[in-house]
Design a protein around this ligand. Structure first.
Ligand SMILES: NC(=O)c1ccc[n+]([C@@H]2O[C@H](COP(=O)([O-])OP(=O)(O)OC[C@H]3O[C@@H](n4cnc5c(N)ncnc54)[C@H](O)[C@@H]3O)[C@@H](O)[C@H]2O)c1
Ligand SMILES: O=c1ccn([C@@H]2O[C@H](COP(=O)(O)OP(=O)(O)O[C@H]3O[C@H](CO)[C@H](O)[C@H](O)[C@H]3O)[C@@H](O)[C@H]2O)c(=O)[nH]1
Length: 321
């Protein structure tokens, strides 16, 4: 059955890929995005576009929408440490306005982009949703605050809600991919070296307690992630706030990622060992068992070389676009 969805942040990386998946499944999509970090050209063809802020969502929402998928946020961990107020204002204040607008309009289903950054330094590997949440950055704290806000909204007002805690999102889906400016994520930065846009990649610390001394992360293909959102829309239940990690359960070190990019691109990728980046946990790997059990999620693109190859194809295409 065809539904109508509001996608906040649908001009950004993850939101545009999810919007594209919703359109391909036959749904009607409206993107609400203020283009603060997204691009008008990133909005998939076939989606209605409203340039606007989530704080003004009350002007945009009505009961014709079946659900909101909420991606709009600031998400730079480092920036959040130096400008925490920016994160509380947009991520927490913005979401509070959005939840109020949804309540007023009678839109009672939400899928929210949460993050592994809500856990902070993990106490277990892999991380499960019942593990302690002690974020090490205002970004992670703002996302955790929103998760708490959503729990209250579900309990008090019957919202049907799913928070998806993404680990490291990577890859591309057709013409939708990652082009943050400035870029801070590892895979697109290494690909910029392969493209000749950067001389070398800095490895932030090689003295971590990991097999090769560099940080280990769980990279998840953005298309696998998108599929989880469609399943979450089906699984959402009134009065319940379901929280699911999304990752593959496999950790790759920074050096393994760089080596994979060398193999995929054929470029030597010079690397420079640099100081640790503040706030980076040594190892972040997800248990996605809740998503598998509750959503019926079956990621099918876990191979790191495949993830990098899709990101590489997108990077080369956007160079000529
Ligand atoms: N990319 C990742 O690895 C990752 C990991 C974990 C969680 N997340 C979360 O997923 C979501 C999407 O991340 P992304 O990488 O696509 O980021 P992105 O910056 O590419 O997209 C965010 C979009 O939201 C828009 N936006 C921001 N504030 C807004 C506001 N007040 N009103 C309207 N639009 C606004 C931006 O213009 C942008 O288009 C974010 O909430 C992020 O915190 C991302
Ligand atoms: O030039 C670089 C860039 C990154 N790294 C390292 O590569 C790893 C991955 O870094 P990313 O910046 O690509 O991703 P993060 O793990 O820092 O963060 C991402 O995943 C987190 C959860 O795992 C949060 O969700 C966050 O929003 C999202 O950006 C880290 O160890 C980082 O120190 C480098 O060595 N050099």
């Amino acid at each position: 059955m065809s539904s109508k969805y509001l996608v906040t942040g649908g001009a950004g990386y993850v939101g545009s890929v999810v919007a594209q998946h919703l359109l391909e499944a036959g749904h009607a999509v409206t993107v609400l995005d203020n283009l603060s970090t997204g691009f008008r050209a990133g909005v998939p063809a076939g989606a209605e576009f409203i340039e606007g802020d989530i704080r003004d969502a009350s002007k945009r929402l009505d009961d014709s929408y079946d659900a909101v998928l909420h991606f709009a946020a600031f998400s730079q961990v480092g920036e959040s440490v130096v400008k925490p107020e920016k994160y509380w204002d947009n991520n927490v204040g913005g979401t509070m306005a959005l939840l109020g607008a949804m309540r007023a309009a009678g839109v009672r289903k939400l899928v929210f982009s949460s993050t592994a950054a809500t856990y902070g330094e993990p106490v277990n590997t892999p991380i499960t949703e019942t593990d302690p949440t002690a974020p090490t950055s205002p970004y992670g704290a703002s996302k955790l605050a929103v998760d708490h806000m959503i729990s209250g909204e579900a309990a008090a007002h019957g919202l049907a809600a799913v928070s998806l805690r993404y680990f490291n999102v990577a890859g591309a889906y057709g013409s939708c991919g990652e082009r943050h400016d400035p870029e801070s994520h590892l895979i697109p930065l290494v690909l910029q070296v392969a493209q000749g846009k950067r001389e070398a990649i800095s490895v932030f610390g090689d003295d971590y307690p990991t097999p090769d001394g560099t940080c280990v992360r769980d990279y998840i293909h953005v298309a696998d992630l998108a599929e989880a959102h469609l399943l979450a829309l089906e699984a959402a239940t009134s009065g319940e706030h379901l929280i699911c990690n999304l990752g593959n359960g496999n950790g790759f070190s920074v050096r393994e990622v760089i080596e994979t990019v060398r193999k995929v691109t054929g470029h030597p990728i010079p690397e420079i060992t640099a100081a640790r980046r503040g706030g980076d946990p040594a190892v972040l790997v997800a248990s996605a068992q809740t998503a598998i059990d509750r959503l019926g999620w079956r990621p099918s693109r876990a191979d790191l070389a495949g993830i990098v190859a899709d990101a590489w194809a997108f990077a080369q295409e956007s160079r000529t676009a």
